[in-house]
Ligand binder design. Sequence first.
Ligand code: NAI
Ligand code: MG
Length: 534
Amino acid sequence: MATRRISSLISRSFSSSSAAALLLQGRNSRSIRRFGTAVAAEEPITPPVKVEHTQLLINGQFVDSASGKTFPTLDPRTGEVIAHVAEGDSEDINRAVSAARKAFDEGPWPKMTAYERSRILLRFADLIEKHNDEIAALETWDNGKPFEQAAEVEVPMLARLIRYYAGWADKIHGLTVPADGPYHVQTLHEPIGVAGQIIPWNFPLLMYAWKIGPALACGNAIVLKTAEQTPLSALYVSKLLYEAGLPAGVLNVVSGFGPIAGAALASHMDVDKLAFTGSTATGKIVLELSSKSNLKPVTLELGGKSPFIICEDADVDQAVELAHFALFFNQGQCCCAGSRTFVHERVYDEFVEKAKARALKRVVGDPFKKGVEQGPQIDLEQFEKIMKFIKSGIESGATLESGGERLGSKGYYIQPTVFSDVKDGMAIATEEIFGPVQSILKFNDLDEVIRRANATRYGLAAGVFTKSLDNTNTLTRALKAGTVWVNCFDIFDAAIPFGGYKMSGQGREKGIYSLQNYLQVKAVVTPLKNPAWL
Ligand code: NAI
Ligand code: MG
């Protein structure tokens, strides 16, 4: 269902209406000025939701932080404060870990039947569906992503993921293993204990589901730290999970800053497993914190610089649209964004011209407005980082085809930006920009593009656009990436595993592969008394 919705978002973005053309921004200065003024002068639309929960969620209760401190969470459309949120520190992490420990060691959760656990998760999914639009509005307000994307794709996907894991709960079991002697050997698949989970701000709810889904299905207890930019939606939905019947302390949600609350969780001696999504730099830190504390196993889902390869036989119009979606989706804030668009020289000029035209048509504006494809970037820090990359692209000699500037004077809107003539060594071709900046590179044969596509320390995803089965088979095998999408991109069904090669991460999330992150395997060996019945 979610896949269909994503496809409908793509196809809708194929046809921008002429009414929406008023909102379109262009390269020439007149249209930039006109659009810029529109963004600045327009009052932001009032979000159709109230912020109800700003405290920490520990042991099933909303509580203030131990220090009493709060921090503001900001509206990316304006930079103004949405709400002040309790700021967790190491003492709050201690409280949350104790609650999770108690829930796991003494509480009913790991001991209840798997069917009962799955029914709680199914009730949770129903409640998510019931509150779909409030949840989506909160996500848009805190993050800046288009409301239509949140309401039609992400929140339904959240419910889908929870149902998927509810389905797994009662299908997790060990094996009977043959032995070289008179022994009965079996494996027990047990929950690992207390899982620490640290999530980023780009898809707050989906990252929440990717983390809590498998952990809960396997019977673990959790302390989850949200990103400081987007604390609101996880608090709202976690309350629904308790309404669905989750026993106290099984999921604890701590808002707070990475180097304080996040580091306290990663280095906690009583946390049995850590799952992290975010930058490669922070991934290295949490891995080190684990190695310096109790060697808790760590799964990492990190950054990327994913190639999107358009072969000479491609239908150029379709390739342009898909490459546009692969990069600009979610304001370009995707770990797997197709951020190196490799185009065969035979179709290169046509592609560049059409990619530019498509970017100029992209509808940027208040994410609560219907038909808007792109909202603001998450915060000032990311905005400034992206603007620096744009400057470096221009200075290093790439051709700026469209965009390149801020939109309006309020909030963190950036023009959809396209660079052509990008060379492999340029920073815009090697670094994760995490913004609406497309870098187009030219290639002329398959071996060459394979070598160049793989010449990166990342290996999260890749896209291939071709009509040829031979190209498909060669590229899907040769590309060093955890996901290869052929003639499609960003297909994220619950059962499809996701994760990185090289410095894009360790381990896989989603699908059957995610369960092993949250299970211990215990071998149980008993002698057989009567060898006649071996
Ligand atoms: P980050 O990796 O620092 O933050 C992600 C999460 O880690 C947040 O919850 C944060 O509070 C936590 N964190 C930060 N420092 C920590 C520490 N010392 N110990 C434990 N937890 C810590 O990413 P940030 O600063 O938000 O963005 C920087 C860049 O990272 C972006 O420009 C983008 O390139 C990349 N990024 C990649 C994401 C992905 O999905 N792979 C998501 C977000 C950012
Ligand atoms: Mg925010």
